[in-house]
Design a protein around this ligand. Sequence first.
Ligand SMILES: [Zn+2]
Length: 183
Amino acid sequence: MTVRKSNGVGLAFAAAAFALPGHGATAAMATAASRFPLPACTAADGQSVQYIEGDRVPVQEFAAASTYGAPFTPVIIYNPAWMEGAPEPVRILTALHECTHHRLDHVRQTMALIEGGAFDYAARLKIEEDADCGAAKAGRRDYHYGAAELKAYFDYMRQTTPEKIHPTIKLREDATMQCFAAP
Ligand SMILES: [Zn+2]
């Protein structure tokens, strides 16, 4: 695991995190207020996803994570310091990545895989690649982002995250560029 310093962000871990079962979302929850616009998103079950600032979560821990809060409400908890330090396309793509986790029901799928003892590297990578692919396509559709913004997103992740939560950034980047190039 490599940790690299990045300007203004300190040591940030694990951008755009996946489902964190048992993550203690309640303790980390602050308010749903957002200091910058983030994309609206809908979970697989049709519920609107809420953004929550994780103000008690140190910047080192994560950029953003998708989970369910009580009473079973889809939420994206984000690290305000990490998000504010990120360029806007990185921030938006990070949010869209989390939105895609909810849209594709990855939180519940991950929990089921963990329960079944089947949440292995390949399963995790597939979920992350699918979330990146969804983010890339939503970024193109809703924000007119292209390959340059995607590259900025992966470069920023490489600078600010060890691969604690998300597997190999390079594999994800290659898969995302392929998915982005496809119609
Ligand atoms: Zn993810």
